[in-house]
Design a protein around this ligand. Sequence first.
Ligand code: NAD
Length: 371
Amino acid sequence: MATHQLLLLPGDGIGVEAMHEVANIIETLNKVSGKVVFETEHDLVGGAAIDAHGVPLTESALKKALNADAVIFGAVGGSKWDDVAYEIRPEAGLLRLRKDLGLFANLRPAICYPALADASSLKRELVEGLDIMIVRELTGGVYFGEPKEIVTLENGEKRAIDTQLYTTHEIERIAKVAFDLAGKRQNKVHSAEKRNVMKSGVLWNEVVTATHKSYAPSVGLEHILADNCAMQLVRNPKQFDVIVTDNLFGDVLSDAAAMLTGSLGMLPSASLGAPDEKTGRRLSLYEPVHGSAPDIAGQDLANPIATIASFAMALRYTFNMGQEADMIDQAIANVLADGLRTADIMQDGMTQVGTKAMGAAIIKHLETLAA
Ligand code: NAD
């Protein structure tokens, strides 16, 4: 029986509560799967690590993350740590993980469960059955390019500079991730940039085109200007399968796509590193899109689905356990179809449940599906 090592980093606020439900799901999977055993280790990150160790991520936790087969991350932050130095704020723990694990590819699915189609701000027919994957470049572009500074000019005025910077290999490797994913989905990639006004957009377009030709000619490729992509996402989102884009546009487009599906509490994500040239092993971190939600933390109000669905993504993308991932996704869909809702997705005529009851209901369906 294969053994996989998972590092669970619950973090702060509702991260802790949601991770508790994920740990129960892992335990259930160990019982029902019959082919793998997940061994889990826990550590602190974010505010919890600051309280215990004075830093948002210890070297020992980082080492565990580098050695784990996958990291499942909860959420970090809260007003308690508003006054800590910028370099050791809770979010710095997550940024350090992304950087040191080399997580350059951020995968954000936008899936609309049929039972929640009415919770979207768009009409049911536009979003029902929606299944988009946004592939965002995560370690390059304008968030990291140098120079990045605010300078005072001779006349006393200030000038701010950010630098949008991409190299061929950065674009090529993210394009390959998108083509690989599309090959297992609807075989269609839209590449979004602003080649009409940005040099980095011109290069992005050229490299994606060349990578398509040499690496994945059988996958459909369309180029789209990022502003048009935003418009099309709210006009007719079901035209998309996989969208690949840079760090900045990906940040904006993935948030827009996400809200098509209802609540923050439903949205998982994956961040992947490059495959090791010899072993093919790639580092990975899975986390919900939402933060630590201090307003509802500790009250059994958090929706654990985003974190549970993030673990399902780990099964799919790190452990090649698509069948088990499908089972978890189906268990979530079944619970929603039963009418159970946490407060954030509550609708008339449905039954409101807390974090624990939602986790338990998903496990019950998981056990039935696995039987
Ligand atoms: P947030 O995502 O924590 O919460 C936004 C709103 O959505 C809140 O009203 C919250 O109650 C609700 N919400 C979020 N997730 C939910 C869930 N699973 N179930 C039910 N309701 C949910 O964002 P915020 O309030 O802007 O930030 C709170 C803290 O989280 C801040 O310290 C912020 O820096 C941090 N944060 C961390 C991450 C991360 O760890 N990746 C991401 C975003 C924000």
